[in-house]
Design a protein around this ligand. Sequence first.
Ligand SMILES: Cc1cc2nc3c(=O)[nH]c(=O)nc-3n(C[C@H](O)[C@H](O)[C@H](O)COP(=O)(O)O)c2cc1C
Length: 375
Amino acid sequence: MWLAKEGHTGLVGINCLEKIQMATPATLYGAMLAGVDAVLMGAGVPRTIPNLLNMLARNEPINFAIDVDGAADGAFTVDFDPVNLLGYAPRVQRPVFLAIVSSHVLALFLAREEAIRPDGFIVEAPPAGGHNAPPRRPEINERGEMVFGPRDEPDLDKIAVTGLPYWLAGAAGTPEALLAALNQGAMGIQVGTIFALSNDSGIRSGIRDQMQAAIHDDSLYVRTDPVASPTGFPFKVAEISGTLSETRIYEARPRLCDLGYLRTAFVKTDGDIGYRCPSEPVHMYVRKGGDIADTVGRQCLCNGLTATVGLAQLHAGGYLEAPVATLGSDLAGAKRLAAQYPAGWSAVQVIDWLESLSLDSPRIKQVRVPSAGFS
Ligand SMILES: Cc1cc2nc3c(=O)[nH]c(=O)nc-3n(C[C@H](O)[C@H](O)[C@H](O)COP(=O)(O)O)c2cc1C
């Protein structure tokens, strides 16, 4: 985070999954020490984060409640005391908190009470890359994909009524979509896919080249996998050869759990806390009280995604972790950029392209000055 803030005056945000709770207080406090401007958090109901950020900004000791299967709410906490840790109370600024939501119902719930109210929303639609909120009515199509329907479209007018600023994500990465979002009342857009495909992204170049080639010949398919992610949320998987999206590669992987970022806590029979993940070896998950049905089709996203950014682990038995690639399912913007930049594009070119139709918009004029802030 400290390095991300170097060499420019722009704003920097940090993104965490609500579901990964154990590290949340320390991660966010560390980011605050480095001057983070915004915290963006979804994949769960991030109702405790506004208060957590308020307390961290005052260097107060934190007892952060974590979910433990089999225990009552609030029975277990992660305790974090910044002053005890550092020996003094540094000046830290409270970052803006943007809750990532996929439904107006959740946005209205979070906006209702001051204690849980975020400073704004990222409104993420079903085509977005990475994890998605589950559809209101779970339905699987003949390709084994999770299907979204009109009921999964967030009602933006209802979100606007909260009076909080919001950004649109998911198939919003084109100049036309940015202009439409601004005209609709959004502050802007959040874009993933075309940045992930850019020459500046951290995705291993060989995988990016495969994706780019498949975009050029219009053969890239991104499926909404209902079970791949051990979090239980639908996850967008780009069908790229040599990755876990191929059955042969998935089945060749020995199940093991050695990174454990997505493990969840449960109460063991002796009352202690244990950790389990439905992507770990099946017998271990079942021995820990997990339901065998939850293990079917699960992928190890911890190892798969680290392999995708070039950090694949080589195990003692010689197995090299295979990557898993995610993108959004809407590739319209990527196809247009591929036509414009056949040799690939940079992140700056993405931003220039996205803003090209909105340069007269007061909002874009404001944010093109890097230090303008959110207001
Ligand atoms: C490669 C990739 C990784 C992503 N990882 C995350 C993530 O870790 N957390 C998150 O909240 N969103 C993640 N997203 C979603 C983006 O933040 C963004 O909301 C989404 O990609 C927007 O839709 P688009 O892909 O159609 O542009 C990811 C998207 C991509 C393409």
